[in-house]
Design a protein around this ligand. Structure first.
Ligand SMILES: Nc1nc(=O)c2c([nH]1)NC[C@@H]1CN(c3ccc(C(=O)N[C@@H](CCC(=O)O)C(=O)O)cc3)C=[N+]21
Length: 302
């Protein structure tokens, strides 16, 4: 940790390689899956539900299915038309809740507008809610209990932070964005790590004034180039959760919420996009699915 205030650096900040970290986690998960199979003759299973034909969601679901199978788990993909009724969706959730081969259920978001997202999320068995979006799991995280499921993206960010910084106790963390899938659970997790946590949002008067005090900046705003070099305290660790698809002369590519080269010049360490948080999200989904499966398989009487 640096204690001087002058933004003078001789080398750019470290790149945090989320892709390599995620690959390591997946190797470990694959070993545990095969171990579980050897001991109990059972294999973890993850069901993914996709409603509609949003192209980005389609790509994410394909990638989740591929990685699920790559670690030796069973993958059950349910692709439903955009016009699927809420009743039909609740029916599918009930079927998956009752299916002993399914240990985790992921309902890909966003859903079409006619569906009540809360009602469907809360119909998922909390013990199979590997996304950590069920109100019971949200509540467990909110009171600092560790027996619920933690949403995959914030969990991935926390793993990267712990690997980078070790004990986070007492560090000043600023979370930009307060969505239910990233910002809010991220803030709860950092609080659980004994960080001092500031959450900024659309009505925050001066976000840069907040981030300039931060040892840790986590940005999940969906706004390319939002975080500038001048916003960052020298030596701070910056985690970029943004995924923004940009179309320009060079074609289509993905960028984060951080003005990358500027921020890297000041930060102690920063995650790239792609290759940072994204791969960690999927690794944590498999981590949560393994946990869900173990709870069932290792406690089964037969
Ligand atoms: N119920 C639910 N759970 C989710 O976890 C969920 C969701 N809905 N809806 C959409 C978001 C998005 N998401 C990503 C997962 C992996 C990458 C990922 O692996 N990205 C790569 C590739 C980026 C690219 O080229 O598109 C990277 O950043 O390196 C990105 C984004 C999970 N989501």
């Amino acid at each position: 940790m640096e204690h001087h205030d002058m933004p003078v650096r001789t080398a750019p900040g470290k790149l945090i390689d989320g892709r390599a970290f995620a690959a390591g986690i997946c190797t470990e998960i694959a070993r545990e899956v095969s171990d579980l199979h050897a001991r109990h003759d059972r294999v973890p299973g993850l069901a993914v539900i996709l409603v509609g034909d949003d192209p980005a969601s389609d790509i994410y679901v394909r990638s989740k299915v591929r990685r699920t199978m790559a670690v030796g788990m069973r993958s059950f993909a349910h692709r439903l038309p955009a016009a699927t009724s809420q009743v039909a969706l609740l029916d599918l959730v009930a079927t998956l809740n009752a299916d002993g081969d399914v240990h985790g259920i992921l309902l890909q978001l966003p859903l079409p507008g006619h569906i009540d997202v809360k009602a469907v999320l809360d119909a998922i068995d909390p013990a199979k809610d590997v996304d950590g979006f069920h109100i019971v799991n949200v509540g467990k995280l909110g009171v600092g209990r560790d027996d619920g499921f933690i949403p995959c993206t914030p969990l991935g960010c926390l793993m990267l932070l712990r690997a980078e910084l070790g004990d986070l106790s007492g560090l000043h963390a600023v979370v930009i964005g307060c969505s239910n899938i990233v910002g809010r659970p991220m803030a709860q997790l950092l609080l659980r790590e004994n960080c001092t946590v500031v959450v900024t949002h659309i009505n925050t008067r001066d976000v840069a004034a907040e981030t300039r005090r931060a040892d840790i900046v986590i940005v999940a705003a969906g706004h390319p180039g939002l975080v500038r070099g001048s916003w960052i305290r020298p030596g701070a660790t910056v985690i970029d959760v943004g995924i923004n698809r940009i179309h320009d002369d060079a074609g289509s590519h993905v960028v984060g919420d951080v003005a990358f080269s500027e921020v890297r010049a000041v930060a102690g360490a920063v995650t790239p996009v792609p290759g940072g948080v994204g791969p960690m999200t999927i690794a944590c989904l498999l981590h949560n699915t393994l946990r869900a499966a173990r709870a069932v398989i290792e406690n089964a009487k037969t």
